[in-house]
Design a protein around this ligand. Structure first.
Ligand SMILES: *[C@@H]1O[C@H](CO)[C@@H](O)[C@H](O)[C@H]1NC(C)=O
Length: 286
């Protein structure tokens, strides 16, 4: 079994078997830049990654590893100033038409106006499960930790350790759950001024370009998927780790606090959209 506190370590295990090498999170060993040429940059010896966007292109990266379940953390500092029209996406996804996907998307705004954090969950190619939030801090001033815990019973989205959304396994009531398709982590910074800010009313101000978002401290405790096999094996021994984790009562309280004070859209409450009745998983939503 490979249980790796750091992403690079998982790779080390796979390559050198049982030789344990302590390694810090390092973007050179953990991710591949996939889009935007030199608009995506790894700096500070692999500690920091920057994505940028100009009028010609955005940029993006993906994790080298694929996971079938994991607990993924990244610190991100979003595009500051007038970021209206820009979108920073940070998500897990598998491939193909019936793919699964777990999304964070940060929609930029005019200086001083709040970002929207947009979330979604796709299972078997079907999404339409949007929830949106404002944040309780300015995400452009400092790095904040955005995490996705994905285990067989639930998906927990957290921001600085505070849960904002939970998607439970609802297979017993007929809702497909992501559990068979390995996913990679992706992130990109792109222009979406046709819809992002107030429905496309506000356009990207290219005089402010390049727009830059920064990343650091990527950590993944995951079951790495390699050559058709999971590094976690069939049996999971310790019961206290992320693979069985659920919200404890204090985290439940925090989730309620976020949902009461910062949630600005919930598909499970959008009667106009679902006049015939809400999707089945809405009956479980905390
Ligand atoms: C931008 O700020 C306005 C005004 O506060 C707000 O209504 C909107 O939800 C914010 N976010 C986006 C992406 O437009």
């Amino acid at each position: 079994m490979v249980y790796s506190p750091f992403f690079g370590l998982a790779l080390t295990f796979v390559i050198w078997g049982s030789l344990i090498v302590a390694s810090k999170a390092n973007f050179y060993s953990d991710i591949d830049i996939t889009w935007g040429n030199d608009r995506a940059k790894i700096v500070n010896n692999g500690e920091i990654l920057q994505l940028s966007l100009d009028r010609y292109s955005g940029s993006g990266f993906q994790s080298k590893n694929e996971y079938l379940f994991g607990n993924i953390h990244m610190k991100i500092k979003l595009v500051p100033g007038n970021s209206a029209g820009t979108v920073t996406a940070y998500y897990l996804s598998s491939q193909g038409p019936t793919h699964d996907e777990i999304d964070f998307e940060f929609l930029g705004n005019l200086s001083g106006d709040p970002y929207i954090l947009h979330t979604n969950v796709f299972t078997q190619g079907k999404g339409n499960r949007e929830q949106q939030f404002y944040l309780w801090f300015d995400p452009t001033q400092d790095f904040h930790t955005y995490s996705i815990l994905w285990n067989p019973s639930q998906i927990i989205f957290t921001v600085d350790g505070i849960p904002i959304r939970v998607f439970k396994n609802a297979e017993t009531i007929g809702v497909p759950y992501p559990k068979d398709q390995p996913m990679r982590l992706y992130s990109s910074l792109w222009n979406a001024d046709d819809w992002a800010t107030r429905g496309g009313l506000i356009k990207t101000d290219w005089s402010q370009a390049p727009f830059t978002a920064s990343y650091r401290d990527f950590r993944a405790s995951g079951c790495v998927w390699l050559g058709g096999k999971s590094s976690c094996g069939a049996s999971s021994s310790s019961s206290k780790d992320w693979r069985t984790q659920a919200l404890d009562p204090s985290k439940e309280e925090k989730l309620k606090w976020v949902q009461k004070n910062y949630m600005i859209y919930d598909y499970c409450k959008d009667l106009k959209r679902f006049p015939q009745g809400f999707p089945p998983e809405c009956s479980l939503s905390p």
